[in-house]
Structures are given as structure tokens and as C-alpha cells.
Design a protein around this ligand. Sequence first.
Ligand SMILES: NC(=O)c1ccc[n+]([C@@H]2O[C@H](COP(=O)([O-])OP(=O)(O)OC[C@H]3O[C@@H](n4cnc5c(N)ncnc54)[C@H](O)[C@@H]3O)[C@@H](O)[C@H]2O)c1
Length: 262
Amino acid sequence: MTKRHEGNSIIVTGAAGAIGFATCEILAREGAELLLVDIDRDGLRDCARRLVDAGHHAIAHHADVSDEDATKGYVKAAMDAFGKIDGFFNNAGIEGKLAPTHEYPVDEFDRVLRVNLRGMFLGLRYVIPHMVAAGKGAVVNTASIGSERGLAGACAYNAAKHGAVGLTRTAASEVAQKGVRVNCVMPGVIETPLLVGMLEQMFDSVEAGMEKLGQTATLNRVGQPREVGDVVSFLLSEEASYVNGAKWEIDGGALATIRNDI
Ligand SMILES: NC(=O)c1ccc[n+]([C@@H]2O[C@H](COP(=O)([O-])OP(=O)(O)OC[C@H]3O[C@@H](n4cnc5c(N)ncnc54)[C@H](O)[C@@H]3O)[C@@H](O)[C@H]2O)c1
């Protein structure tokens, strides 16, 4: 049976992170050759080595996605290595400090927006031209359920994730007729270091926070990175050929309801 991503070249940012790497593993198993991008040099090297040791084609590229030259650099690295970019998982992100909006440190607001929104824009800005030139490509941006609801204490993260949906819809409307689809995923509460970073600021114990936030989902649990990766893989594939400008909730049903059973 042909693998879903056989022959596809895909860039994944935030590839050393939990959702990024889980997605890399899925894409690699489905036949993709990958360029892994992350600011965490050691984690990145380790992740690429794990994929290569498992027999997959993966290249590590250290870059800060919020830096324009570094973005041009990872796009060039992909073109040099593969000659084309079929897929792009625009996923790197940080949680930032938590504080009420009226007390939020201004420099921290700038830092979070710089990575989560400017970084996402730069990726679109420099990857999409190659897809347009080829007349084909698929992009998935990582938004959040925080793109749909307020999130007390996280004004910067929340604003950036709302912006991620705007970038997705706008880019999708611009390049659809040039053969390029742009969608986003909206993960809910997913068990990753980023979530732990938030829970440490919000709750006395990470475990209690995990249990409490898990209850926001109809499935009554937090999600796992692989459960995001499977949807990303689908959206990057030809099976999603009529899906464009969409935001896919991967939240165990959290946005679907106001839970009245707990
Ligand atoms: N975990 C959740 O509950 C959740 C929910 C909704 C959305 N998300 C989003 O999912 C994405 C992945 O996060 P995760 O949960 O896997 O967290 P994670 O911390 O495991 O992964 C994030 C990765 O991004 C990398 N990164 C951070 N800044 C970077 C930069 N400037 N340049 C390059 N790489 C950088 C980090 O080094 C890390 O490897 C993020 O965009 C996050 O906002 C996560």
C-alpha cells in the first residue's frame, strides 16, 4: 500500500517539542522526508537522530522562527535538501508568563507575539512562494482553543492564537487557486512541556491542574501529542484536498459544550 506522504518533503517547526515531534514521527512513518526546525539545539539533534535511527529521512535545522533571516535560512535548507516543499507544519510556540492583562509585562507581550505570531507569519511569508511556484502545497498552522475563547492570564498567548486563525484564513483565501491549502489546528489541553509551563503558573500542582483542565473536555481527559499529529498529517495530505481555511478543533469536545455534568 502506498504511504500517505510518500515522496513528500515537509518542514516542521517546533519539531523538538511534544506536538512537533509526535507529528514528525507520524509523517515520517507515512513516508515523508522532513526538515526539523527548532531553537532547542540539543533537543532538535536528539529528535532528528531518533528518526534517522528508525530508518527515516530527517534533517535537523537550528533556527529561531521569529527571526527573518533564520526563516529564510530554514526554507533555503529545505529547498537545497529536497528541491521542493510539499508540506509545512508551522507549529513553534511559547506559552509566555501568565498575568492579568492590566498587569501584563509589556516586554513579555512583545516576546510572545514575536514567536507565536510574527514567527508564524514569517514561515508563511517565505514557504508559500515555493508552493505557489510549484502549483501545490499544504500548510497547517498551530492555533489553539485559546483562539476561540478568552484565557485569563494569557493575553499575549491568546491574542497571538487569535491572530493565527486570521493568518490562516487570509493566506488560505489568497493561494487556494494557486494549488496551496492553508488550514490550522486548534489543540485543546494537550500533555506537553508547554502545558506544564502554564499549569505550574496556574495551579498548586501540575497533576491537579491536568485533572481539572481535562474536565473541560467532554472526553474528560487531556489529549496526547499524537492525537494532534494524526489530524495534522491528514490536513497535509491529499485526503484533505477540499479542506481550506479551516480550523480543526482537537480538544476532546471542550469547545463543543458547556459541561453541566461535573
Ligand atoms: N500543549 C497544549 O496544550 C497546546 C494547546 C494549544 C496549542 N498548543 C500549541 O502547540 C504548539 C506546540 O507546542 P507544544 O505543546 O508541543 O509545546 P513544546 O514546548 O513541547 O513545543 C514547542 C517547541 O517550539 C520550540 N520553539 C519555541 N520558540 C521557538 C523559536 N523562537 N524558534 C524555533 N522554535 C521555537 C521549542 O523549543 C519547543 O521545542 C505551540 O504553538 C503551542 O502554542 C499547545
